[in-house]
Design a protein around this ligand. Structure first.
Ligand code: SAM
Ligand code: SF4
Length: 326
């Protein structure tokens, strides 16, 4: 079992397969001076399997593949299938652009739920946010998943003045489709031009929804990062991820591996542990994993202040989101 000094059990690992991506979301990927990691620096498919196995031996029962965009990696198919042989819940966070090419793999790996990111329902705004013209592809692929009875969670990063006006369009989508919309408060990472006045809070989001819909609060699970709701009569549900205004750190069970094999005990941790280098040297990585989690801060990497308006984003020591793995 992996425990931290606050007695939180850690059984959920997120593995980034690459920091490369076929989109260029401005809130995730720094515009200037970003160079992708050379492929020799990345964990290779067999290394991912063996490192994952060490985590599973310590009680990890859930693995999510992320990135960058996990589905742009050439051997994504091999990695997904090899991790699917473990007795874990395997899932994926993707921008959805290449999902149609992976339907057989998803079926074979028995993946039953996928998180797809989509911040806008307008094709021109999609282009503005991602710098690519793929709205229709993502939209069609979300419906392809639904047709194949795969549960879809849609991640929407809500940013004031950019897409906050579309919140109720997303809610309208839940009327006839069994999708789950997750509104995420905009978070600061290196190079993402975060400003406190761009944050559209959990309270703002619910206030906007209340102008048009009534909702019922649903029960959240112990390790949920979300607060879940349903509009009565709708097939789908929605949730808010309120990292900036009301974090969920007290029940956190998450660990992260970056594509270059560094372990992070928190999305906002300053430090990281080079697990891949130790693995390549033939060292036992079990004590290194346990030691990394022991160092975990109580909340948000120990780098935030209570009131996000007072936050100096420039002072947060971290990677950019695309290099961490969301
Ligand atoms: N490429 C995949 C995707 O877009 O779903 C997986 C990686 S992406 C980094 C994972 C999630 O992080 C996405 O849902 C994305 O919207 C979210 N994300 C990225 N930057 C963020 C930020 N600054 N604040 C909040 N969420 C962010
Ligand atoms: Fe790529 Fe996902 Fe980051 Fe957008 S959010 S740039 S799709 S990794």
């Amino acid at each position: 079992m992996i425990l931290d000094k606050y007695n939180r059990i850690h059984n959920y690992l997120r593995i980034s397969l690459t920091d490369n991506c076929n989109l260029r979301c401005f809130y995730c990927m720094p515009e200037e001076n970003y160079s992708f990691m050379p492929s020799a620096q990345l964990m290779q498919a067999d290394e991912i399997k063996q490192i994952a196995n060490a985590f599973i031996g310590l009680g990890t029962n859930k693995i999510r593949l992320t990135g960058g965009e996990p589905l742009v990696r050439k051997d994504a198919d091999t990695i997904i299938k090899s991790l699917a042989t473990f007795p874990i819940k395997l899932s994926l966070t993707t921008n959805g652009v290449r999902l149609h090419e992976f339907m057989d793999t998803i079926r074979e790996a028995n993946i039953t739920s996928i998180n797809v990111s989509l911040d806008t329902l307008q094709a021109d705004k999609f282009q503005l946010v991602t710098k690519r013209n793929n709205f229709k592809r993502v939209w069609d692929n979300i419906h392809l998943l639904l047709e194949n009875n795969i549960h879809v969670k849609v991640n929407v990063v809500v940013m004031k003045g950019i897409n906050d006006g579309e919140i109720n369009e997303f809610i309208a989508w839940t009327k006839h489709f069994p999708i789950h919309i997750r509104f995420i408060e905009f978070m600061p990472f290196t190079g993402n031009r975060w400003m406190d006045d761009k944050v559209f809070t959990w309270q703002d989001i619910l206030g906007t929804i209340e102008m048009k819909y009534s909702w019922i609060k649903l029960k959240d699970e112990v390790n949920d990062t979300t607060k879940k709701y349903i509009v009565p009569g709708h097939q789908g549900t929605f949730a808010v991820i309120s990292t900036m205004t009301s974090p969920f750190c007290s029940t956190c069970n998450r660990m992260r591996l970056t594509a270059d094999g560094r372990m992070k005990n928190c999305l906002f941790s300053k430090g990281e542990t080079d697990l891949l280098a130790a693995f390549r040297r033939g060292e036992d990585i079990v004590p290194i994993i346990l030691g990394n989690v022991q160092e975990k801060a109580a909340e948000r990497g120990g780098q935030f202040v209570e009131d996000y308006h007072q936050l100096q984003a420039i002072g947060i020591e971290n990677r950019s989101m695309i290099a961490i793995g969301g």
